[in-house]
Ligand binder design. Structure first.
Ligand code: SF4
Length: 342
């Protein structure tokens, strides 16, 4: 994806127009000649176009719903943050393995919430409750928020809001490179900007509708130069022909682009490819031609919560992945904080 996301169709909850952002978005989309409709609730869109489930799914992923976040009780987001800050839900990307397919079920459209000030006030109350402890908010639990922020700037406002607090911290992750409008945000070092990166093969085959590796790394370098603490998620680490070479290339590109002084306060999260039975079912429905290897026989079973276990790589495969990736980390990012998830 080389151009920022533009929705094909936009729904508004009528009350969203009582908020400045709602009004602004309505005018903006009308000027752009995009069809706008009204819906009574962002939780229920009844007349989405499309004949088949597959068509409806594709259309939903390019549909934006502008609504009001009524529940101002934030979900927890342990262990990496205390709370999920709800700025948006859904994503225009088509990553075959994306967990939103299972969590969002029949509502894959993208929702953005215009009552940002109320959301920030709720965040402030959470910060106050935990004082003098730090309170961390994750903004990308249910969306790739950077991918739509060029339209709304709510993430930018959240960065600046949390930047003004003493005890609040913000984090999010993205697969998009449209970061320019965030570079001058007054983040005050309180936001960790993370990019999800991978070997080219994985991006090309399993992440349609997202930015290419080179663009993500260029964007990460810009963000680092703008003084944000930086992080990377390498997920899913996926075994494929030439994977050693693919991940080596990824680290070499990072090494070429990233300023040296961004490497002391930097985090890496490695997450191996895994899947559950319900996820496999929904992936095969949404992306029937995927090359993603989802063969239970080849994997090791790891028991999980609520009886839904994960199929993960065999122990020897895991050891090999670790030995390669840890080698690169030692070479290029010896001071990084590193976490590994199976
Ligand atoms: S970019 Fe992230 S949220 Fe969007 S489809 Fe891909 S994995 Fe899912």
């Amino acid at each position: 994806m080389n151009k920022p996301f533009i929705p094909q169709l936009v729904y508004f909850e009528p009350n969203a127009l009582d908020y400045p952002l709602g009004k602004e978005l309505k005018e903006k989309f009308e000027k752009m000649g995009i069809e706008t409709r009204f819906t009574t609730s962002h939780n229920q869109i009844r007349d989405l176009p499309g004949e088949t489930d597959a068509q409806k799914y594709r259309i939903a992923k390019s549909t934006l719903v502008v609504g009001i976040r009524k529940t101002l009780k934030f979900d927890t987001s342990k262990p990496s943050a205390e709370y999920a800050i709800p700025l948006a839900t859904g994503c225009m990307g088509h990553c075959h393995y994306c967990y939103l397919q299972t969590t969002m079920g029949s509502k894959p459209y993208i929702r953005t919430y215009v009552n940002v000030e109320e959301i920030f006030e709720a965040a402030d109350r959470y910060i106050e409750e935990r004082a003098p402890e730090i309170t961390r908010f994750e903004a990308a639990c249910t969306s790739d928020i950077v991918g739509i922020d060029h339209l709304t700037h709510s993430l930018k406002r959240a960065i600046e809001h949390i930047g003004q607090t003493e005890l609040g911290r913000l984090r999010f992750v993205t697969k998009f490179h449209f970061v320019d409008h965030l570079l001058d945000a007054k983040h005050n070092g309180n936001t960790r900007f993370r990019f999800s990166i991978n070997a080219d093969y994985v991006i090309k085959n399993f992440e349609p509708g997202t930015s290419p590796l080179d663009k993500r790394i260029e964007a990460a370098a810009k963000v680092a130069r703008a003084g944000y603490p930086l992080g990377f998620i390498v997920a899913p680490i996926y075994l494929h022909d030439g994977w050693e070479e693919g991940y080596r290339h990824m680290f070499e590109r990072l090494d070429e682009e990233l300023p040296q002084d961004a490497r002391d306060d930097i985090t890496f999260e490695f997450i191996q490819h895994r899947f559950t039975k319900p996820a496999k079912k929904v992936i095969e429905k949404n992306y029937p031609k995927t090359k993603l290897e989802l063969d239970e026989e080849k994997r090791r079973y790891k028991w999980g919560k609520y009886g839904i276990g994960k199929y993960i790589y065999q122990k020897d495969e895991e050891d090999e992945i670790k030995s390669h990736l840890y080698g690169y980390m030692e070479k290029y990012f010896p001071n990084a904080k590193l976490e590994y998830f199976t």
